[in-house]
Design a protein around this ligand. Structure first.
Ligand code: HEC
Length: 103
């Protein structure tokens, strides 16, 4: 009985630390790649020529990044930036999704 309890605790702890790690990864990559310099801290842009991306749907963000990578969607900045996010599209998108678009 005790053993099952320990296994359960270990499992819950591992799941918890993995989910927080994924979040931290998205935030770290968003900042490290310089996305924040255009789209603003937490994805809220102050510049009218640059869209805010806070709170947007995860799949939609991933899709836009893939369109910019393939050239299906054209924008000089994003065609250069999106390939840098390769492999981190989803964790960045998950980070942006949980940001408040209003604040
Ligand atoms: C040099 C400025 C700049 C940087 C750096 C930049 N972006 Fe962008 N981004 C833009 C502009 C401008 C657009 C609008 C493109 C258009 O009009 O099609 C855009 C569009 C987007 C969109 C689609 C938004 C929409 O409303 O259609 C997403 C998602 C996005 N960027 C994510 C990122 C991520 C993730 C990074 C970092 C890897 C990043 N951007 C870095 C300027 C930038």
């Amino acid at each position: 009985m005790k053993k099952i309890f320990y296994i359960l605790i270990t499992f819950i702890f591992a799941a918890f630390s993995m989910s927080s790690l994924a979040n931290t990864e998205g935030e770290a990559m968003y900042s490290a790649l310089g996305c924040a310099s255009c789209h603003g801290v937490n994805g809220r842009s102050n510049d009218e020529s640059i869209p805010s991306i806070a709170g947007k749907d995860v799949d939609w963000i991933v899709q836009q990044l893939e369109y910019f990578q393939s050239g299906e969607r054209q924008n000089a900045y994003m065609n250069a930036m999106a390939p840098l996010a390769e492999g981190f599209e989803r964790s960045i998108a998950e980070y942006l999704f949980i940001q408040d678009p209003q604040k």
